[in-house]
Design a protein around this ligand. Sequence first.
Ligand SMILES: Nc1ncnc2c1ncn2[C@@H]1O[C@H](COP(=O)(O)OP(=O)(O)OP(=O)(O)O)[C@@H](O)[C@H]1O
Ligand SMILES: O=C(O)C1=C[C@@H](O)[C@@H](O)[C@H](O)C1
Ligand SMILES: [Mg+2]
Length: 172
Amino acid sequence: MKKNLIFIGMPAVGKSTVGVVVAKRLGKQFIDTDLLIQKQEKKLLREIIEEVGEKGFLKIENQVNRDVNAENSVISPGGSVVYCEEAMRHFKEIGIIVYLQASYQTIKKRIRNPKKRGVVLREGQTLQDLYDERVKYFEKYADIIVSEDSCQIEETIENVLEQVEKYENGQN
Ligand SMILES: Nc1ncnc2c1ncn2[C@@H]1O[C@H](COP(=O)(O)OP(=O)(O)OP(=O)(O)O)[C@@H](O)[C@H]1O
Ligand SMILES: O=C(O)C1=C[C@@H](O)[C@@H](O)[C@H](O)C1
Ligand SMILES: [Mg+2]
């Protein structure tokens, strides 16, 4: 058993912010694969997207996430990783997938400028379109769903820890 936890969910839902604290609480390593992409490409995410476009970025994102070799870690990929089939197959094999769920209104409030944040939006696609499209993928891959609406960040962290423990006990 590789004992990894992998967070999925919309951009700005808190995969990285919540993930790092969950890793600390569980005594695991923390890996933010967005940072691995930046390190490999030696560019910012939004620069990569500007240069190679949405499809090119997803190709790199798939490769980096698929190649993560981790044990006893919390892994926080970018929000668009759910479009990367090989990467998601790999994550399913190496750990438990936690979907951090928040309403469209919550996400919209946090992302004032999707382009600046480097969100992978297709030509003409709105943030609402993106939300509706991705929810289906998140639900398909999730082993656990943690809702964070009306929760402070500390409460979300506790809810994640509680649900992961329950899930692991249920698997024994
Ligand atoms: N209740 C909450 N839970 C999580 N994050 C919150 C909450 N309230 C506010 N925030 C803020 O929302 C932001 C979440 O950003 P973060 O970079 O962790 O998202 P992400 O899911 O990793 O996004 P990306 O897909 O772009 O990597 C942070 O600035 C965090 O402080
Ligand atoms: O949700 C998205 O479309 C993205 C989120 C970021 O974390 C990065 O992975 C990238 O900028 C794309
Ligand atoms: Mg992140």
